[in-house]
Ligand binder design. Structure first.
Ligand code: ADP
Ligand code: ADP
Length: 232
């Protein structure tokens, strides 16, 4: 489903060069929740951004659904990205648009007809438990509600993969549990494959099937979450 082979990433050049990823290989299977765990600066954000090519690796291979992402034409890359949703630590919502407007946005960009957008937005808001908030603005929502909008927006074009960039890091423990519960739900209901990055062991423990531990740009451990976490 997602495969990184020998991926490296160097920012800048010469004396300013920073190596963020060193020969990273990992494999995310269909339908699983895969967590990349590491401290701040370990390279997690760079790694996840190399999957949808928000960041271009300096070396190595990125395959998504069998496609060699680095060799796609701009048009083919745009299409491949439709199949990859993303959610963020600080939600990245448009403050000037309503909840419905935020969720509708990727569908407007993709050129969906009005009636289908309306229908899809209603379906998504029901899925994330915000059916009564369609006309509200982000400023009127709690953090957990904002992230639910982020999730609905990411799911709108029916992606098969969801990338989560520290999606619960800005939330309190109780809200974190409820958002993680929602992610587990959509993973099971929709068969969505989820690749998430986090610095919180709790996140890995509560919802990940597999985990890779990243330290200074290297994968130092990788396996089933139950095996890695049970180890003394
Ligand atoms: P994490 O998400 O685990 O905190 P990052 O991927 O953000 O790690 O960063 C890994 C390393 O790459 C850090 O040393 C960081 O300072 C550096 N880095 C990240 N983005 C950039 C960038 N755009 N330019 C230069 N260095 C960067
Ligand atoms: P904004 O002012 O934030 O841009 P709009 O009212 O223009 O929001 O709506 C943007 C999109 O959201 C439209 O495509 C519309 O069909 C859809 N939408 C608006 N209100 C609802 C609602 N209550 N339920 C479902 N979809 C809605």
């Amino acid at each position: 489903m997602i495969e990184l082979r020998g991926v490296s990433k160097v920012y800048g050049r010469g004396e300013q060069a920073v190596t963020a990823l060193r020969n990273v290989s990992l494999r995310v299977e269909y339908g699983e929740i895969f967590g990349v765990l590491g401290q701040s600066g370990a390279g997690k954000s760079t790694l996840i951004r190399c999957v949808n090519l928000l960041e271009r690796p300096t070396g190595g291979e990125v395959r998504v659904d069998g496609k060699d992402m680095l060799s796609l034409s701009p048009a083919a890359l745009r299409e491949a990205r439709q199949g990859i949703g993303m959610i963020f630590q600080h939600f990245n919502l448009f403050n000037s648009r309503t909840v419905a407007g935020n969720v509708a946005w990727p569908l407007e960009v993709a050129g969906w007809p009005r009636e289908r957008i309306q229908e899809r937005v209603e379906e998504l808001l029901a899925l994330v438990g915000l059916a009564d908030k369609a006309r509200a603005y982000p400023a009127q929502l709690s953090g957990g509600q904002k992230q639910r909008v982020g999730i609905a927006r990411a799911l709108a074009p029916r992606p098969r993969i969801l990338l989560s960039d520290e999606a619960t890091s800005a939330l309190d423990p109780e809200t974190t549990r409820s958002v993680l519960g929602l992610l587990r739900d959509i993973n099971q209901k929709l068969g969505l494959t989820i690749l998430l990055i986090t610095h919180q062991m709790e996140v890995v423990k509560s919802i990940c099937d597999s985990v890779a531990v990243l330290e200074q740009g290297r994968v130092v451990e990788q396996g089933k979450a139950v095996d890695l976490i049970a180890r003394p």
